[in-house]
Every structure is written in structure tokens, then in C-alpha cells.
Design a binder for this molecule. Structure first.
Ligand code: PGA
Length: 252
């Protein structure tokens, strides 16, 4: 059985004091989610990771939004996996469309980072998704297939099971135009079929999230679909009351 997962992607939002306020305010809802068998987490900026880790309940997953694939060295402005590990971080988002667009993050780079994370026993949350142009041209599936095959290249089945995939159509991110549950399920079911081809039964253990304008009011719809295992949420994960609404929607 795949455990449902709610992960808040805070992007470039919240100063350390604001992040701490969230951490101090979330214990009850985290406890509630866990009692319902749901995993919950947030991905703050690097400078907020430690304060969230120190002030939030242990059950809250605290994820980074990126990492570097090299162990250490002359990579100005970068953050290594060892640095994250030392402050207790074990989950890292990779290949978000904003990083692909503004920071030149390629599928090949994500694949290197994914392998480096898995070698350290960490959990990669690998994002994929198509632009509006690709969607309107009816080319979503070949686009996403390339991102999935490239991202998982050379990764063995035992490691693949640990990876979380997030399908986020770019046209739905931050636009208020969420994909319908049918569109999300169609693509996510397709992603699982590729994973099945690559890994056989292990594909049934790989969690695949939907992301793109998920709100407390629409999260339950996605959860009714068989292949959707949770959500990666941006804007609606920032405020405590909205985050609580997401948990309630997920619980159903
Ligand atoms: P959104 O962002 O929920 O604000 O659309 C989702 C994401 O980018 O992960």
C-alpha cells in the first residue's frame, strides 16, 4: 500500500522567523495526519531548513528544494547532500519546472542528483510536467515519458521504489488553472505504466503526486483517483489554516 503524501513547496517564500512560526503552529495537524496514515511535509528554502527542523514536530518531513550532485568542492552558491544530511534532512525536490526554466536544471542533471541522493539513503522527489504549448499540441505523454526515462536512467529497482514522482503540468502551476482529476490521472497512470515497464511490480510502490494549483477545496478530487498518491502544493501550503485544509481534504 502506498502511503499518501502531502508536500508543501514553499519556493522563495518565508523568512526564517516566518518559517519558525509555521513550524511552531503545526504540531496538532501533523499529529492528526499521521494518525490517519498520511505523511506530511514542507520544503522551505535552505536558510530556513534548520529552524523548521528544530521547531517542528519530528513527524513533519522537512525537504530541501534542490541539492548539488557533487560531494563537495568549488561550486559557489551550491549546497551538498552531506550538508543537508547533517541537519537531518532526508528528502530533496529535484527538477521542479521553475528550476528547469530559470536555473538550467536538465533531466540528465536530475538523474545525477537522484543517484547521488539514493547512494546516501535520501528520498528524491522528482518533478516532471509539460508546458501549455506541449499540452495543447497533445504531446504531453511523449514529453513526460522522456523526463521519466531520463530521470530514472541507470537506477535499479530497489532504489526506484524510494523515489517519489511529482507530475506538475507547468500550465497549472501558480495559475489557479488546475488540471482536471481525469487529466491528472490519465498522465499519472501513464507514468506508472512506464515505471511498470522499467521495474515490474516495484512500480506499484512508487508514489506519484499531482501538483499545480492544488487547494483545500480541490485536493479530495485528486485523491479519489487510483494512481494519485498525494500532492505537491505551492501557494496553498504557505499558511497554517490552508495547510490544515489540505490535510483535511486529503483525509477525506
Ligand atoms: P502551486 O505550485 O500549488 O502554487 O500551483 C505547485 C508547485 O509548483 O509545486
Amino acid at each position: 500500500m502506498r502511503k499518501k503524501l502531502l508536500l508543501g513547496n514553499w519556493k522563495m517564500n518565508k523568512t526564517p522567523s516566518e518559517a519558525k512560526e509555521f513550524a511552531l503552529g503545526c504540531p496538532k495537524m501533523v499529529e492528526y495526519a499521521i494518525s490517519k496514515g498520511i505523511e506530511v511535509g514542507v520544503a522551505p528554502t535552505f536558510v530556513c531548513l534548520q529552524t523548521v527542523k528544530e521547531n517542528a514536530p519530528k513527524g513533519l518531513i522537512v525537504a530541501a528544494q534542490n541539492c548539488n550532485e557533487h560531494p563537495s568542492g568549488a561550486y559557489t552558491g551550491e549546497i551538498s547532500i552531506a550538508m543537508l544530511k547533517e541537519i537531518g534532512i532526508d528528502t530533496v525536490i529535484l527538477g521542479h519546472s521553475e528550476r528547469r526554466e530559470y536555473n538550467g536544471e536538465t533531466t540528465e542533471k536530475c538523474n545525477e542528483k537522484m543517484k547521488a541522493l539514493l547512494a546516501e539513503g535520501m528520498v528524491p522527489v522528482y518533478c516532471c510536467g509539460e508546458s501549455l504549448e506541449t499540452f495543447e499540441a497533445g504531446k504531453t505523454k511523449p514529453w513526460v515519458e522522456e523526463q521519466i526515462r531520463g530521470g530514472f536512467a541507470g537506477i535499479e529497482a530497489k532504489d526506484a521504489a524510494k523515489i517519489v514522482v511529482a507530475y506538475e503540468p507547468i500550465w497549472a502551476i501558480g495559475t489557479g488553472k488546475s488540471a482536471t482529476k481525469e487529466i491528472a490521472e490519465d498522465t499519472i497512470g501513464f507514468i506508472r505504466s512506464i515505471l511498470r515497464e522499467l521495474y515490474g511490480e516495484v512500480a506499484e510502490d512508487i508514489r506519484i503526486l499531482y501538483g499545480g494549483s492544488v487547494k483545500p477545496g480541490n485536493i479530495a478530487e485528486y485523491m479519489s483517483e487510483p494512481d494519485i498518491d498525494g500532492a505537491l502544493v505551492g501557494g496553498a501550503s504557505l499558511a497554517l489554516d490552508s495547510y490544515q485544509g489540505l490535510i483535511e481534504g486529503l483525509v477525506g
